[in-house]
Design a protein around this ligand. Structure first.
Ligand code: EAX
Length: 326
């Protein structure tokens, strides 16, 4: 590295001004997946938009592939204030903001359009406010995508096929409860460990949106991909409330708009990955099962769903299911 670059880099790392009269504040944002992904596109767009909209007074440093830890670790860092920002799935979020649990229910949303409408509408906005009470500022919802199952043991067509499979799950209590209800042997694990766990056979399978599995090259370590579409996986833009509180009103607007732009780019990439995913996996030697009978999975989840109704309220679930948008 050239000495001038080194100096600029140091200034950036320390949050110092690099030009006279041009004070810069540096903030960090992280994801657990790679830069070339729907989440990478989200934070790259956010960083660019913040810098543009604040005339470079705020610089967002982006970290990928778990460089700042797994989601639970960096969500906690944002809560503590040792990190300013994060883009996280709701995987570990119920451990911080239990009100969001409802969003992780299997087969809650009909499709991505339904989920996006709910999250961007009054229900989603109300849930974002719940983060305030738990030591976060939530700037908005983003998207991880619709999750599907992969494994190395057998093609999954019916709920009976998942019985006894050892599957990595997110550290999410709703997912764990639902998967247990299907007879899956659940192994919660942070994402940065998943590829190796699949490779070494510590687990038989995992479930994730196509975007994550393409970016993570899971075709190298998984034989069967079943399009179960069993749950929608939201992301959320998290900020430390102290860092948020220091922003001027205009800069707060700039951050909110940057998050909205980030989500727009993020969702567009998810759509692209979903459209290309099956062909990608087939051409990489993965057997894709595209005739999964989802209604049988809904049936098999009956007991777990009854529990969820009790916990989250049947009315709240119905409000989401019936939401038509504005
Ligand atoms: O952002 O942990 C997970 O499975 C998430 O879907 C994702 O891969 C990490």
């Amino acid at each position: 590295m050239k000495p001038t670059h080194l100096l600029a880099g140091l200034c950036l790392a320390l949050g110092l001004a690099t030009a006279p009269g041009h004070a810069q504040t540096v903030m960090r944002i992280s994801i657990a997946t790679s830069q070339d992904s729907h989440q990478g596109v989200a934070i790259d767009t956010f960083a660019r938009e913040v810098e543009k909209r604040t005339n470079g007074r705020y610089v967002i440093k982006t970290f990928y592939s778990g460089a700042l830890g797994g989601e639970r670790e960096y969500d906690e860092a944002v809560q503590l204030g040792t990190q300013e920002l994060a883009f996280s799935t709701t995987g570990p979020i119920p451990n911080f903001v239990p009100e969001t649990k409802i969003l992780d229910m299997p087969f809650l949303f009909r499709d991505k359009a339904h989920a996006r409408a709910v999250l961007d509408g009054p229900i989603g906005q109300d849930l974002l406010k719940q983060f305030d009470k738990r030591g976060f500022k939530a700037l908005g919802w983003g998207e991880n995508g619709v999750r599907h199952m992969t494994n190395n043991v057998r093609p999954i067509h019916l709920p009976g096929d998942v019985k006894g499979l050892k599957m990595r799950t997110m550290e999410n209590p709703v997912h764990i409860q639902a998967f247990k209800g299907l007879g899956i042997v659940t192994t919660p694990m942070a994402f940065p460990e998943v590829f190796t766990a699949l490779q070494q056979g510590t687990v038989d399978g995992q479930e994730n949106p196509l975007s994550i599995m393409i970016a993570g090259k899971f075709d190298q370590v998984q034989k069967y991909l079943s399009l179960t579409g069993h749950v929608y996986s939201p992301c959320v833009w998290l900020m430390n409330p102290g860092a948020w509180g220091k922003l001027s009103d205009a800069d707060k607007q700039a951050f909110l708009e940057a998050a909205r732009e980030g989500t727009r780019a993020n969702r567009a990439r998810v759509d692209k990955d979903d459209a290309a995913g099956v062909a990608y996996f087939r051409s990489h030697g993965v057997q894709v099962i595209d005739n999964v009978d989802q209604s049988r999975f809904v049936e098999a989840l009956g007991k777990a769903n009854a529990q969820f109704e009790k916990e989250f309220g049947a009315d709240n679930i119905r409000r989401i299911r019936d939401y038509k948008g504005s």
